[in-house]
Ligand binder design. Structure first.
Ligand code: CP
Length: 351
């Protein structure tokens, strides 16, 4: 049984940031990334520009940047894309990585998140990348270790590095460059379709994209997108009719139907496919020029067909590739940011 602080119930999607207020965030290392809502436009721009720089850099030179620095990956949930790309990103910068997963570690014996974090810190971890099934777990780890924590997905709450790699994919598609402002995505409509209720990816994107001017349409049936559960920011709207949403969209993000979280929900999967599946006929009729995205893993034949997933409009593989560049930038920011130095001097000065 996890400790009490880890058993916090996941909340339904609210697009307002659920990050703690600045007054109770004082102990959180500023190199952390816990919520996409925490990033300023300047901060976003510097991550995107750093990702460009690191991706284009000579690999030998790049591997000197964090030579022998220690990065821990702490994964309480399974992952292919996020775990591998964070690991490749850290290694590309020359860092040493260690992976702790719930299976085959002392987590299985009941060791708490806090004690696991303190143990990793004692072993020299300078940054922890955390995936947890519990919403809010990265905040607990950040407070209990004082280390920079990168949220690699926490329960139904957030997946901020996914939103950043999604943003990079969109910017490349629009040829918009990385010098983002509040107006970079003005006039761009992004539809996010599927299991919004359970989706940390939807929440992080709905927090991020409107801040750059995008209009976000959330689309899905009531069991997966309850009207009352979505407290919408300006720039975020609900549209139940997928075809109508598609017709307005330059970008379409499909979400996985999370079969593991559907128990108790009244959802007819055949009806769902008829109304919300991204299939070739529907995309050709209503969104023939849109970019089709999906954070993965995809369930072929359910929320998206193979024709669409593998088709010319699909950016799914590019999203995965962008994950490495974005995660290199996040690890660099965690370990070398000037904010990091400010944090150290604030601590020294006792403020
Ligand atoms: N998009 C994503 O988080 O995929 P993984 O679960 O494979 O990391």
């Amino acid at each position: 049984m996890p400790p009490k602080a880890q058993r916090r119930k996941s909340k339904p999607l609210k697009t307002q940031s659920t990050a703690p207020s600045p007054s109770n965030r004082v102990q959180i290392h500023p190199g952390s990334l816990l919520s996409s809502g925490d990033l300023t436009i300047d901060g976003l721009r510097s991550i995107l520009e750093l990702a460009d720089l690191l991706e284009g850099e000579d690999p030998i030179r790049r591997a000197q940047r964090l030579f022998k620095r220690r990065v821990s990956l702490l994964f309480y949930e399974s992952s292919t894309r996020t775990r591998t790309s964070f690991e490749l990103a850290a290694k590309a910068l020359g860092a040493d990585t260690s992976l702790v997963s719930a299976q085959s570690s002392s987590i299985e014996k009941g060791e708490s998140l806090k004690d696991t974090g303190i143990t990793l810190r004692a072993l020299g971890a300078e940054c922890i990348i955390l995936r947890s099934p519990y919403s809010g777990a990265p905040y607990l780890l950040a407070k209990s270790t004082g280390l920079p924590i990168l949220n690699a997905g926490d329960g139904m709450h957030e997946h901020p590095s996914q939103a950043l790699l999604d943003l990079r994919t969109i910017l490349h598609y629009l040829k918009a460059g990385s010098r983002v402002t509040e107006r970079t995505l003005t006039g761009v409509t992004v539809t996010i379709c599927g299991d919004i209720f359970h989706s940390r990816v939807a929440r992080s994107n709905a927090l991020l994209l409107p801040r750059l001017g995008a209009r976000v349409i959330l689309c899905g049936p009531p069991p997966l997108l309850p009207e009352a559960a979505a407290q919408l920011d300006p720039g975020v709207v609900i549209e139940r009719d997928f075809d109508r949403a598609l017709a307005q969209s330059e970008i379409v993000m499909m979400l996985r139907i999370q079969a593991e979280r559907l128990a108790g929900l009244a959802l007819d999967l055949e009806e769902y496919k008829a109304r919300y599946q991204a299939n070739a006929e529907r995309i050709a009729s209503h969104a023939a020029n849109a970019l089709i995205m999906h954070p993965g893993p995809i369930i072929r034949g359910l929320e998206i067909t193979s024709e669409v997933a593998d088709g010319a409009q699909s950016a799914i593989a590019e999203q995965v590739r962008n994950g490495v560049a974005i995660r290199m930038a996040l690890i660099m920011r965690a370990l070398t940011s000037t904010a990091h130095e400010d944090f150290r001097s604030r601590k020294r000065g006792g403020r």
